[in-house]
Design a protein around this ligand. Structure first.
Ligand code: GLP
Length: 248
């Protein structure tokens, strides 16, 4: 383990944070493992209790560690990153990260489109749409609450599909012969309340990320409008940015 440099430009709590990060990065400390207590960290590194505490608080804040009342401090599972580059569904995103996807169907029903929905999906108000609300799981743990409103000719047949097991995107493409083409998506910061907090296992007011996605088929006909609420402590949206049209 790297040791602390006593004199140097970096504050000691920061150096300790780097040491902990390295232990996690190299896999020496595995997700779910308890880290040494504050007292042990003080002894190992010759630092004060306050320094150790500050490092831990910051790392809890960053989502690398979590605390359990009366039990200690543990290494958190790494966040799941959604790459905002290509149109992928939840199941695909999880599988790409070797996380087991899952879903609990909260409601699946036909619903008359209200004016806003009709406008988004370019259909007539009152036209029946398939409405699906799922709790999305990652390695059996709640990660997101997702509400999808789907419209295409014959979408009521989705009522017969088991969306606790099947991927919606996969069904649309394989069983219903729709070619998904592109999507527009917004991401916003929110806080979890009521139903969302309960389903996601979060305290009231905890941070969440909300996405709204309108997915089109290859002919640019809207197929699905989905609102997803992700646990803010478990999810990262990743974008690769390139600089265009700038003189070098
Ligand atoms: C993402 C999108 C949703 C979409 C879902 C499909 O989470 N935000 O719009 O409904 O993927 O996931 P799956 O194919 O696993 O059912």
């Amino acid at each position: 383990m790297t040791s602390l440099v006593k004199a140097g430009p970096l504050p000691r709590y920061y150096q300790l944070m780097e040491i902990v990060r390295e232990q996690i990065r190299t896999g020496a400390w595995q997700p779910g493992a308890a880290i040494p207590s504050e007292r042990e960290l003080c002894e190992q590194h010759g630092i004060s209790r306050m320094t150790a505490r500050q490092a831990i608080i910051e790392l809890v804040h960053d989502g690398l560690l979590y605390r359990e009342q009366g039990r200690g401090t543990f290494v958190a599972k790494p966040r799941i990153a959604q790459h905002l580059l290509s149109l992928t569904g939840f199941t695909q995103d999880m599988q790409a990260r070797e996380v087991r996807p899952g879903a609990q169907v909260l409601t699946a029903e036909m619903w008359p489109a209200d004016d806003t929905t009709a406008d988004r999906l370019r259909i007539k108000p009152g036209q029946p749409v398939y409405r699906l609300r799922r709790l999305r799981l990652a390695d059996a743990e709640p990660l997101a609450v997702e509400t999808s409103v789907v419209s295409f000719l014959g979408c009521e047949r989705l009522l017969d599909d088991d969306l606790a097991k099947a991927s919606l995107y996969h069904l649309l493409e394989s069983k219903y012969d729709l070619s998904l083409g592109e999507a527009e998506q917004e991401v916003e910061a929110h806080s979890a309340h009521g139903d969302h907090a309960k389903l996601l296992g979060l305290p009231e007011g905890a941070p969440v990320l909300r996405t709204r996605r309108l997915t089109y088929d290859k002919r640019r006909q809207p197929i699905e409008y989905a609102t997803s609420v992700y646990r803010g402590d478990k999810y990262t949206f990743y974008t690769h940015l390139r600089r265009y049209g700038h003189p070098s």
